[in-house]
Ligand binder design. Structure first.
Ligand code: SF4
Length: 306
């Protein structure tokens, strides 16, 4: 089973099928913070989080949202003159503010020319009733998805990485979003300390059973400016090799419900801030490696999905 030229259900395939043209995500920084960083839940954030709130390539938060979108659209226009956009609120917790502030920022993004939808990354514990009501209204008039950073289904790892919420909170938020007809994209990190391939695939199977709109598979990046590097220096743990990662992503795709849209299968670390694994900077080679491995196995997304 193929999705255009890929053996997995890519975001590009999904968006082209919906909109009939190239859809490009433009990352904006909404100027938010995170309860796991501002002292509400913690001061240091998740163990792997960087100073930029896990959004290394988002726009400049000092600029208005339309200006951030405009700058990125200008750069992409020559390559995709007929492309349309999804405004992606990527870094920190993008539902963590007053309702008025959230609505103003989302609407500002939606008012930008050729924006056909909006993607909002947040935490399951930042989806109160008023926020859900706002998101429900927005989802009725535009294409919307919400991203939730689950990272792992295992509670001991969640404590180790200072995620700051338990699995039950994630499940409740996921169910509420589902009941409102709001699409959810779930993030999983491959290579967290203490997680072998069996534990990683437990999380993949768990997400597959939930059957969200989408999934992001991230490689764990150890960034220079993160607490994870301090942890690694005092508690060295296994860092995945390129071949191990390609094998694990292929295993994950085979287990994943073919309906689930795969939004990402690598991580994006900036050249300057990435401590390890440095092989991941050659993103093209990782993506090609996954294509080659699936072909070698004569396999595809969902081949072993029960
Ligand atoms: S929830 Fe996101 S922004 Fe907040 S500390 Fe964790 S990774 Fe960083």
């Amino acid at each position: 089973m193929f999705w255009s030229d890929k053996r997995y259900h890519t975001l590009n395939f999904d968006l082209r099928s919906r909109f009939g043209c190239k859809i490009i995500k433009l990352s904006v920084d909404g100027g938010f913070t995170c309860p796991n960083r501002d002292g509400t839940l913690g001061n240091s954030g998740c163990l792997f989080c960087s100073d930029s709130g896990s959004g290394e390539f988002a726009g400049n938060r000092a600029l208005p949202i339309r200006e951030q979108l405009s700058q990125q659209a200008e750069l992409l226009k020559p390559k995709w003159p007929n492309g349309k956009y999804i405004a992606y609120f990527q870094n920190f917790t993008n539902t963590y503010s007053s309702i008025e502030d959230l609505e103003r920022k989302y609407e500002e993004a939606l008012s930008f020319p050729e924006v056909v939808g909006i993607a909002i990354a947040t935490r399951p514990d930042c989806l109160g009733g008023d926020v859900l009501e706002l998101l429900s209204r927005i989802s009725k008039k535009t294409f919307l998805w919400i991203e939730l950073g689950l990272q792992t289904m295992h509670e001991d790892t969640a404590i180790l990485i200072r995620r700051g919420y338990v699995l039950e909170q994630f499940e409740k938020a996921f169910e509420k979003l589902n009941s409102l007809g709001i699409k959810t994209v779930v993030h999983i990190i491959l290579g967290l300390p203490g997680e072998d391939s069996a534990r990683i695939l437990d999380s993949v199977k768990y997400v597959s059973r939930l059957n969200p709109y989408g999934i992001k598979l991230h490689l764990l990046h150890i960034l220079e400016n993160s607490d994870l590097l301090d942890y690694y220096n005092t508690n060295p743990f296994h860092v995945l090799s390129k071949d191990e990662y390609i094998g694990l992503v292929s295993d994950s795709l085979e287990l994943l419900n073919p309906q689930i849209v795969v939004h990402r299968i690598t991580g994006d670390g900036s050249r300057e801030s990435l401590f390890a694994p440095r092989w991941s900077l050659d993103k093209r080679s990782v993506l090609n490696g996954i294509d080659i491995e699936l072909k070698r196995r004569d396999s595809w997304q969902g081949k072993f999905c029960k």
